[in-house]
Design a protein around this ligand. Structure first.
Ligand code: NAP
Length: 277
């Protein structure tokens, strides 16, 4: 029992979190997951008689996080791997989307993840061991009209993740930012927050994008169970990467972005260099 690895995953009610929990339970891990209601808690704990534990936690209830982590460490087991998965997508043209919507997007996708990490790090640092996976997105590298708040939050998490991987390397704590492409989860369905349309000037640009996302929901390329298996490969690696893309769509789009970014840097190199001295 004591050499069973413990994974702590935020948001195990559906999608990547649930798939990762199921695959990990099948591979013999102990999995502690967060959910947001009693029904989801009971349902999750029914997945495995000994190894599935659920805590009710909204990751934006920052004051509650430390007690949850401490309780898991004391009563369930030392957390070997934290997976910051809980998150959602806000969709809306920026001019049409309120600052409150932006705050909520960052509270969940960025502040929630950071709060979890901060609560757990004293334990991992003391053990000189641990692995943190932050689920970002290809939207942490590429952008598309209508998801500025989402991309902003995922760019932020990518940056925090990479920085943290350098700060924690001396303590043998690995940090991996996992950036999936489009996968068949509830992300573009029940979980997505869509701002109402209000400015006709954006109709031509944005209406087809919103419609295409609604039509594609449930038919995305990626299989969350295959993503789960890939994440476990990274968790089981002795030398995990700081960044991992998941899906051939993410691969193509991020490569394309890097090439065009690099070409733009080259085009403006002389002006860039002109400010030295
Ligand atoms: P999902 O099926 O909608 O799952 C999202 C999970 O996050 C649910 O368990 C949800 O809980 C939980 N959650 C949302 N807000 C929360 C909060 N404030 N506190 C605690 N838990 C919360 O979608 P998913 O695709 O698996 O999403 C998981 C992560 O993958 C997200 O960070 C998302 O941005 C990222 N991602 C998804 C895709 C994709 O194509 N699916 C691509 C790139 C990145 P409830 O059931 O209680 O709502």
């Amino acid at each position: 029992m004591s050499n069973v690895k413990t994974l702590f995953i935020t948001g195990v009610s559906s999608g990547f979190g649930r798939a990762l929990a199921q695959v990990a339970l099948n591979r013999g891990y102990r999995v502690v997951g967060t959910v947001r209601n009693a029904t989801a808690k009971a349902e999750f704990e029914n997945l495995h008689a000994e190894n599935a534990f659920a805590y009710e936690l909204d990751v934006t209830h920052f004051a509650a996080i430390e007690a949850v982590i401490a309780d898991v460490e004391t009563h369930v087991g030392a957390i070997d791997v934290l997976v910051n998965n809980a998150g959602y997508g806000h969709e809306g043209v920026m001019e049409e989307s309120s600052l409150d919507e932006m705050r909520r997007q960052f509270d969940v996708n960025v502040f929630g993840a950071v709060a979890m990490i901060k609560a757990l790090l004293p334990f991992m640092r003391q053990r000189r061991q641990g692995h943190i996976l932050n689920i970002t997105s290809m939207g942490g590298f590429i952008t598309l009209p209508g998801i500025s708040y989402y991309c902003g939050s995922k760019f932020a998490l990518e940056g925090i993740s990479e920085t943290l991987s350098k700060e924690l390397a001396p303590f043998n704590i690995h940090v991996t930012a996992v950036a999936p492409g489009s996968f068949r989860t509830d992300w573009a369905g029940r979980s997505m927050v869509r701002s109402a349309r209000s400015i006709a000037d954006y109709d031509a640009l944005f209406d087809p994008i919103r419609q295409a996302r609604e039509e594609k929901n449930g038919k995305q390329l990626g299989d969350p169970f295959k993503a789960a298996s890939a994440m476990l490969d990274v968790i089981e690696s002795s030398n995990p990467p700081a960044h991992l893309l998941l899906g051939s769509d993410a691969l193509a789009l991020v490569r394309q972005k890097m090439e065009s970014f690099s070409a733009e840097i080259d085009r403006w190199e002389a002006l860039t260099r002109s400010t030295d001295g």
